[in-house]
Design a protein around this ligand. Sequence first.
Ligand SMILES: Cc1cc2nc3c(=O)[nH]c(=O)nc-3n(C[C@H](O)[C@H](O)[C@H](O)COP(=O)(O)OP(=O)(O)OC[C@H]3O[C@@H](n4cnc5c(N)ncnc54)[C@H](O)[C@@H]3O)c2cc1C
Length: 182
Amino acid sequence: MSRVVIVGDGPGGLSAALLLAKNGVEVSVVGQDTTPMHHAHLYNYLGAPDIDGSAFQRLAREQVAGQGARLVDGEVTALEVSHDTVAVTSSAGSFDADYVVLAGGKAAQALATQLGVTDGDRVPVDQEMRTSLERVYAIGRLVRPERSQAIISAGAGATVALDILSREAGKDVHDWDTPPEG
Ligand SMILES: Cc1cc2nc3c(=O)[nH]c(=O)nc-3n(C[C@H](O)[C@H](O)[C@H](O)COP(=O)(O)OP(=O)(O)OC[C@H]3O[C@@H](n4cnc5c(N)ncnc54)[C@H](O)[C@@H]3O)c2cc1C
């Protein structure tokens, strides 16, 4: 089973975690629930016409934990990428991962700089949100510093999840469900 560490617990990181955990991947989301969502009230998130940002986060965290992802209360302080693993150091302990997702917003800029994946003010990524490092993805404000919306981060997180699932399966993967019988 592959292991994924997600740096950041806003809508982007949680969305990636949801699809990965639902499909049996061992996922840890590291963060301290300090997302700017706690200052937001959403009227522009499709399917949720009027919801307080903190309520959104609470629901999202419950949904993700319910699928088996581990929510780790901590701050990632260092990442070291080798050819087949990423060593993650955090205030809550150290982890080895097969993939890392940088979803920490502007606050994670130092980590991106440390890894050498930035291009000035942003982290360049391809359409699957892959950075220049094989096992490292980036989403959210690291990638789009001036154009941030919760639904864009959530979509980018889902994109990462499908890419990791597809890489591991060796073929393109969707996460599609149908209504329950009866
Ligand atoms: C006042 C205000 C109102 C807003 N209103 C809206 C709105 O109406 N609609 C809308 O769509 N968007 C709104 N937004 C923007 C919305 O909050 C962002 O688009 C969204 O939070 C981005 O999600 P994200 O997952 O990319 O990153 P974030 O939500 O920024 O989450 C990143 C998380 O990672 C954590 N983190 C950072 N570094 C590390 C590290 N090293 N280790 C561990 N964790 C780390 C951060 O503390 C944070 O909790 C608003 C923002 C503000 C400030």
